[in-house]
Write a protein that binds this ligand. Structure first.
Ligand SMILES: [Zn+2]
Length: 256
């Protein structure tokens, strides 16, 4: 029975992952997420229902459009599998109401992270809409589970420190360092992670961002003057802080 629930959780995750693909594609373009039928980006033919089965359609079609044969990005099945796996992994052994609450909270958080991550990669945008979803998830959770000072201080620090650094950087260098979306995201994560947690998240995000940037420049995947999206670095670090807190503590101890 337990195994059966886990399989359902995995399938549920894959279906949600398929919807996340739609969000990642359409939300930055401000297209409707529900009413428009999916179509091939190359030939524009509307897809049939059997072209829309998570992961399986990609395998059956051998990664090509069923009409024009143009390649379908491997990112679609990857995001479906990733979301399925996260749902499977988070699903409680004992699916009582008491445990299902945290499952839905964590899974929703992971879903918004996935959308933020890929939209920022594609468009260098952390959309306000997604930040508002995060805020709506995080504020009640934080105030039910922690002392109100935890959320308040974390939020103020998470928003204030990056804003101050960005302002100073602008005054001194005349350049915009962090985007508004990055600063808002730090502020919202601060409400969940508290003052210490967000302090480490800001510090480690800069470190991860610098390492990724350096690797991209050295491997000539990116030129020095092209701005790099910072959201993915923030989200990678926040994922560790929230879902792998023990590993995050070990990593923190290397620095402090
Ligand atoms: Zn096509």
């Amino acid at each position: 029975m337990e195994n059966l629930f886990s399989i359902y959780a995995f399938i549920f995750g894959c279906l949600i992952g398929s919807f996340l693909n739609v969000v990642i594609l359409r939300m930055p373009a401000e297209k409707n997420l529900v009413t428009d039928r999916s179509a091939c980006p190359q030939c524009g033919t509307q897809l049939k229902w059997y072209h829309n089965i998570p992961v399986l359609s990609f395998l059956f079609l051998k990664g090509k459009c069923g009409f024009c044969g143009s390649r379908i990005s491997w990112r679609y099945p990857l995001i479906e599998l990733l979301t399925g796996f996260i749902s499977f992994w988070l699903f409680p052994d004992d699916p009582s109401m008491q445990n299902l609450g945290p499952y839905f909270f964590n899974f929703s958080l992971a879903c918004v992270f996935i959308c933020h991550f890929f939209i920022d990669l594609d468009h260098q945008l952390l959309l306000d809409k997604l930040n508002i979803y995060l805020l709506v998830l995080i504020v009640p959770y934080s105030f039910f589970n922690f002392h109100w000072m935890h959320g308040l201080l974390g939020g103020v620090l998470g928003f204030g420190v990056p804003l101050l650094v960005t302002w100073l950087f602008y005054k001194i260098r005349g350049q915009i360092g962090l985007g508004g979306g990055d600063i808002k995201l730090f502020g919202i994560l601060g409400i969940l992670l508290g003052p210490m947690g967000i302090f480490f998240t800001i510090f480690l995000s800069c470190f991860v961002g610098a390492v990724i940037g350096l690797l991209l420049i050295v491997s000539k995947k990116m030129s020095k003057d092209k701005p790099m999206p910072f959201g993915p670095s923030i989200l990678i670090v926040a994922t560790f802080q929230i879902f792998f807190s023990e590993t995050a503590h070990i990593i923190q101890s290397w620095f402090f």
